[in-house]
Ligand binder design. Structure first.
Ligand SMILES: Cc1ncc(C[n+]2csc(CCOP(=O)(O)OP(=O)(O)O)c2C)c(N)n1
Length: 240
């Protein structure tokens, strides 16, 4: 994400609107947006009353907006992580609407100042119709935000749902993105240099063509044991 932000900032983007689900969210708030850790931890204070600000929802649903200097370009950038509910992917059109509004008020007709980044889970990306709808609107003149970078945090499982038998019929979770024929990069999440390279290319693509691009960040959290050619056990790494 930082590589995308650095490259985009080099090309003049000054505001990033980010939408993402819960997993990894505190990490993004802390390490990408640099929301002060004191603020994050304070929100977990058990002494909060229901009427206190920010107390009514789980903390990993909350968003933030923050201005900071990008260390690579020395330009000021704004990062907004949009608040989201438990309903996976519901945040996608909200992010696009916010991005479009910011572009409108900045007279940013080509998306050269404001851009959106959406993070998805692999199961949610294939399974929620709102993703399909967001893609379908993405290249229409009145709706386009001139290219969203989609990052799929692909742990090859949907909570406990095995994708091969009960989640989807298509081999890749990213196949829904084929509807707009945007580039889709499948990259090994365990290969940081490859991930950086793909992120750089995605940011360059978005800057050059103003169209969506998908990064399928494939992690390997499933350990399969085969017996007589059949999957005997699917063991999850202890990440959940
Ligand atoms: C709209 C909606 N449907 C169902 C759920 C229930 N649910 C919570 S987590 C989850 C699995 C998501 O899997 P994936 O998108 O691969 O992300 P992961 O949890 O693996 O990071 C589901 C179905 C939900 N939160 N929102």
């Amino acid at each position: 994400m930082k590589e995308i932000i650095d490259v985009a900032s080099t090309h003049g983007i000054e505001s990033f609107v980010i939408g993402m689900p819960h997993r990894g969210r505190l990490n993004v708030l802390a390490n990408v947006c640099r929301k002060p850790l004191e603020q994050i931890f304070t929100q977990f204070n058990p002494n909060f009353e229901p009427s206190d600000e920010g107390s009514g929802d789980v903390k990993y649903h909350l968003g933030m907006s923050h201005k900071r200097i990008n260390r690579v370009t020395n330009k000021e950038i704004r990062l907004a992580v949009v608040a989201n509910p438990s309903h996976l992917e519901a945040v996608d059109p909200v992010v696009q609407g916010k991005t479009k509004a910011e572009q409108f008020y900045k007279y940013d007709d080509n998306g050269k100042k404001v851009m959106s980044i959406l993070l998805h889970g692999d199961a949610a990306f294939a399974g929620q119709g709102v993703v399909d709808e967001t893609f379908h609107l993405s290249d229409l003149p009145n709706y386009t935000t001139h290219g969203t970078i989609h990052i799929i945090v692909n742990n090859q499982i949907g909570f406990t749902t095995d994708p091969r038998v009960v989640a989807r019929s298509s081999p890749y979770c990213t196949d829904v993105a084929k509807v707009v024929q945007c580039p889709i990069f499948h990259v090994n999440a365990d290969h940081p240099e490859a991930v950086m390279n793909v992120c750089r290319t995605a940011a360059e693509w978005r800057n050059e063509f103003g169209k969506d691009v998908v990064i399928d960040l494939v992690g390997n959290c499933i350990n399969q044991l085969y017996f007589n050619g059949k999957i005997l056990i699917v063991q999850l790494y202890p990440m959940r």
